[in-house]
Design a protein around this ligand. Structure first.
Ligand code: IPE
Ligand code: IPE
Ligand code: MG
Length: 229
């Protein structure tokens, strides 16, 4: 198993169940991030992608968006050095130019500092939407075709993949979603074509290393056929 992708869902409900503001749920979710990162390193997983903020999440109330961006900044401040020490490379996918400048600057700095690290790659999906990503890929291929740089016959799934944010990242083997919701919410639509999906009932702030190991055990029982026999 090379790549685990996680839709970290349920922070708001976790907080509500406790009579806390939603932002508290997001804060509590940061501990789960720490847990899964360690568990993935222990398992020797090469890529961990975390869906932290979707394109659609921009339609949440301003105050919640602010709280999420502040948390992200704090995560980057606290984790920057640590990621490097642990030989982890940081990457980001999504419409990064929509993020506040303070966040973009932090991201750029840590990506630059960790770019040669090779124990694991942590991919943060930020302002990420799969439809936007696929549309952008189609647009850049169309541009190349109009400029006469490629012929129509050269437009293959492989070429298409190369124009996605994830061009350098293998497809996820395992997709986990917490909070029990049975949906994809515009996450990696192209890349999860043959991923195994595990839905976990727990809310994201309750997700611990043991839950990740259990999801991996479940994955191991699956028989991946990729359409063949
Ligand atoms: C996931 O938790 C975090 C983000 C989407 C940013 P939610 O905020 O979606 O929490 P619920 O789903 O409302 O409980
Ligand atoms: C998906 O969760 C996005 C992230 C986890 C960042 P949402 O809570 O935004 O998705 P929906 O609204 O339940 O589909
Ligand atoms: Mg949600």
């Amino acid at each position: 198993m090379q790549h685990i992708a996680i839709i970290m869902d349920g922070n708001g409900r976790w907080a509500k169940e406790r009579g806390l503001p939603r932002a508290q749920g997001h804060r509590a979710g940061a501990e789960s991030v720490r847990e899964v990162m360690e568990a993935c390193k222990e398992l020797g997983v090469k890529y961990l992608t975390l869906y932290a903020f979707s394109s659609e999440n921009w339609s949440r109330p301003e105050a919640e968006i602010k709280a999420l961006m502040a948390l992200l900044d704090r995560f980057l401040d606290e984790k920057g050095k640590e990621l490097d020490k642990q030989n982890v490379r940081l990457q980001a996918i999504g419409q990064i130019d929509r993020l506040p400048k303070s966040t973009r600057d932090r991201l750029t700095k840590i990506q630059e500092r960790t770019k040669n690290n090779d124990s694991m790659t942590l991919v943060l999906a930020l302002s990420y939407g799969s439809r936007e990503e696929i549309t952008a890929s189609a647009r850049s291929i169309a541009e190349a075709a109009l400029a006469g740089e490629i012929t129509l016959d050269e437009i293959t799934p492989e070429l298409f993949s190369k124009h996605l944010y994830t061009s350098e990242i293998p497809d996820p083997d395992l997709l986990i979603r917490t909070s029990g919701e049975m949906r994809i919410s515009n996450f990696l639509l192209w890349q999860i074509s043959y991923s195994e999906i595990v839905i976990v009932k727990k809310m994201w702030p309750d997700f611990r290393q043991g839950d990740l190991f259990a999801a991996v055990e479940e994955y191991k029982t699956r028989h991946r056929r990729f359409g063949a026999l």
